[in-house]
Design a binder for this molecule. Structure first.
Ligand SMILES: C[S@@+](CC[C@H](N)C(=O)[O-])C[C@H]1O[C@@H](n2cnc3c(N)ncnc32)[C@H](O)[C@@H]1O
Length: 330
């Protein structure tokens, strides 16, 4: 009689996760304190994503006001066979940038049948846990997690080539970068995709201000909690002594710069200290925590061309709120 061990599936249930260090990436503590001491104080949005921040973002995607995730998902599911055909068919290496809980990529698996799934994110612990669950559901897809800070460049570990590369950057995360930085990042995506590869990207479009304001300032206060949680993360990373009760969430669309801005606003005069320094904030002073640029389809198409992509195709929802574009490197 064969023992139980003979029935074990030998395929790995824990995907490998590698952290790619960068000499270009600033040390979090130095970057955070420089941002807090700046004439216009700011904290980079990448610091939202500790474990709790990653979970709060998942909760945001369930909010009725946060149309982005739902609308993007409906575009992807409504046009999936066509998108897969345009992307060159099955068997690609799918590189999911800012993968989070990996669920958006997972919805592509049945049609795309990737040879390999590479999930890239700064939040390595959350990524590793998400990948481990996903590998159980899809044991036949080779999976790799890559921990990097994209703001220091997209550096993938060496991988033996397996099919074309399809880079996936959903959720309008590109909107967190100012347009020039976004073009520089798109250029890196094109290089990482290689000459036969492509980029599948989600982009939020300009729309009525009331819809944009509500999407980033929901009545339940989930986005407020997500924004305030950055202060707890920063306290751990940089030794600051922020008291979240002394700050409030502020978010609004600025039509001149075509972006939603998120800030944390001091509720009263407050002093924030850190080892070797500190800063006094007056009531109403703000710390800028995120920009989310909104584009027209034409404007974003031009950015893809500026980044060197040869051609692109776009799919939109019937209301024209969101776009998914497939851009070919060559
Ligand atoms: C808005 S969430 C999107 C998650 C998922 N792709 C989606 O569309 O639902 C942004 C993701 O990018 C990751 N991220 C943010 N800044 C990053 C950076 N500088 N480098 C790498 N990943 C980053 C976050 O940890 C988070 O998982």
């Amino acid at each position: 009689m064969p023992g139980d061990a003979d029935h074990f599936d030998a395929r790995p249930t824990k995907p490998r996760v590698v952290v790619v260090p960068s000499s270009q990436a600033p040390r979090p503590r130095d970057e955070i304190l420089a941002g807090l001491a700046a004439p216009r104080p700011a904290i980079a949005p990448k610091y939202f994503y500790d474990d709790l921040g990653s979970r709060l973002f998942e909760a945001i995607t369930q909010l009725p006001e946060y149309y982005l995730t739902r609308t993007e998902a409906s575009i992807l599911s409504g046009h999936l066979p066509e998108i897969v055909r345009e992307a060159g068919g099955e068997g690609a290496t799918l590189v999911d940038v800012g993968a989070g809980n990996c669920q958006k990529a997972a919805r592509l698996f049945s049609a795309l049948r990737p040879a390999r799934y590479v999930a890239v994110d700064i939040a390595v612990g959350f990524l590793a846990a998400s990948l481990e669950c996903l590998q159980r559901d899809f044991p036949d897809i080779e999976m790799l997690g890559v921990g990097i800070d994209l703001s220091a460049g997209l550096r993938l570990p060496p991988m033996d080539e397996r099919g074309r590369r399809l880079l996936f950057y959903p959720g309008s995360s590109i909107g967190n970068f100012a347009p020039d930085d976004a073009i520089a990042l798109l250029r890196q995506f094109r290089e990482a995709a290689g000459p036969e590869g492509a980029l599948l990207i989600g982009v939020d479009l300009i729309k009525e201000t009331t819809l944009l304001d509500a999407a980033y300032d929901d009545p339940l206060g989930v986005t407020a909690a997500f924004n305030l949680n950055v202060l707890l993360h920063v306290n751990r990373l940089a030794g600051t002594d922020f008291d979240v009760r002394k700050w409030r969430h502020a978010a609004f669309f600025d039509p001149v710069s075509s972006r939603v801005e998120m800030h944390l606003e001091a509720r009263a005069d407050v002093t924030v200290g850190w080892p070797g320094g500190g800063r006094r904030f007056k009531a109403g002073d703000r710390i800028h925590t995120e920009n989310s640029y909104k584009y027209t389809l034409e404007g974003f198409g031009a950015m893809l061309r500026d980044a060197g992509f040869a051609r692109s195709r776009a799919w939109c929802d019937p209301r024209g709120w969101f776009a998914v574009l497939l851009a070919q490197a060559r």
